[in-house]
Ligand binder design. Sequence first.
Ligand SMILES: Cc1ncc(COP(=O)(O)O)c(C=O)c1O
Length: 377
Amino acid sequence: MPLVPAVEIEISDDERHEVLAEVDRLLRSGRFSQGRNVEAFEEEFAAYTRTASALAVSSGTTALELIFRALGVEGREVVVPAATNFATYIAAERAGATVRLADVDPTTLAPTLEQVRAVCTPRTAAVTVVHTGGLIGPETEAVAAWCEQRGLALVEDCAHAHGSERGGRHAGTFGVAGAFSFFATKVMTTGEGGMVVTGDGRLADEIRLLRNLGKPEVWVSTHTRPGWNARLPEFAAVLGRAQLRRLPEVLEARRAVAVGYADALRGLPVGDFLLPDHSYSGYKAMLMLPPGTDRDALKERLRERSVQAAGEVYAMPLHHQPVLAGRHAGLRLPGAERACAGQLCLPIYPGLDDERQAHVVRALCDSLTELTEEGAR
Ligand SMILES: Cc1ncc(COP(=O)(O)O)c(C=O)c1O
């Protein structure tokens, strides 16, 4: 069997032709920034997520930072789950906040309400939840209600959650705002890029200002805020629009792969496969391995069997990241530590056919059995 790669990015012929035709139109128009593609992409994304406003920006990290800045978290605290991308942390810090790390439940990779409450203080301005791997945490509504009661802003990091919904609500609409990433490996991409969704008109206006150097009028150089350039280019928006049109099909294919894993792995001694009972993006196929499994050794054995495991979400909790050394000294967050150390992410993408998926499952079972037998000797 040829290598089953961790990630496979495929643009169909139809989509390629569609994008090329649109890029040709764009090149002829000469308007490469803040034109009709960005505007249409925003309208279409707002309609898709059923939010009042969507604002296209240069990355998911920037989307988060703009939300935190627009909320005015400077000098206050922002709660961030410890099992997330460094982007979530640095966005809050760059907006002038001090980050408090919350633990997560290793069976969902999301913080519980209890875990959020445990780290909130009178200085807390905002709470962040991350829909890791595309799963909306089961306590998101409870966290949202609690935040609302206390006047705290709930910010959703939706970098993995395009198309993730529960109870008729799309990810990004449970709190005050959601931040999406369109990085190259995400469920939908613009190469680099991001989107803020929000139902709060004031927040949307502020972010619109901040992303364009603080100019109330897009093409007039009068600046009323210390904003910076966080604009999404028209070329990126062309790809984004095509990707959004194809998203339902991609989600269906990814989810079918996830369901395939869940069915194939059910009852096997390989750990717990995380699959929600509501719609999820299928960004990651996450397996919590049996305690004590040496993940690096397992990944090596998988590699010998032509399977490349995908990147974890995440391999290291934030309080162990070298860049934050000393900031959270002595902090123990057992749920996040277990979530990060114990997970394996299996290949998942629309083009992963039944044969290759069956090969991944076989390779996983054989590799784990081999490691267990060696350990018992
Ligand atoms: C959970 C999470 N938040 C934020 C980001 C940042 O997104 P971007 O790479 O578009 O800046 C990522 C990135 O990949 C992510 O995984």
